[in-house]
Design a protein around this ligand. Sequence first.
Ligand code: NI
Length: 247
Amino acid sequence: MRLQLMTWPEVEAYLEQSVGVIVPIGATEQHGPTGLIGTDAICAETLAWRAGELANAVVGPTLSVGMSEHHMHFPGSVTLRPTTLITVIHDVILSLARHGFRRIFFINGHGGNNPSLDAAFFEAYTEAPQLIEDGDDVRCLTGDWWNMPSAGRLSAEFFGDRDGDHATASEVSLAAAAYPDHVKTADLDPDVPSASRIFGPADFRRRYPEGRMGSHPQLASVEAGTQIIAEVAADLAKEYRKFLTEE
Ligand code: NI
């Protein structure tokens, strides 16, 4: 159930059955010469919509812009400052909590969002009890899709040690399966630098001129993406159910 396609009486009725909600969070940033700018948001929302169906959960609006400062030397990338992103996540949590949601599960498509997610959770835990009766029952959890057991297994199965760290074959496959009419091709350098320490956006572009980090997105396929969506969404739905029932 997508929140944006529901009415308020439907949400009210849902809240009588469940206090859980899934929120997709991604990014709008370069993903190499063949990866869509929206890859991280597309991955998060595609998986969230599927996991929501499997777990009978409401899925909130996609937070499509994340913390992508290190990608800003590639055109098309859009970033929030970490402090802005913390505030956005915090306000989304508090909005949902004010209506009675108590278990807020973020399905995350971008590693650069993790520090802001963690910080926002603790700000919300401090503020919710001041605003809301039983606000100390609010709990938030992040599910990074690439850390699900099936994501690692399928990555090894389809791509061996060539999946990489940014603009990965897995995420490009997933976005290709979601939007098969938008698959892109390019001549990619077969030698791509693997992940290293990075500093600012200029440093990132100098180290990774194509924008990829150790990845071989030319291996991506709709077929791989379709399987990744099915299995990773099932893992995420399982995580969400566990989160709803744990002590
Ligand atoms: Ni990505």
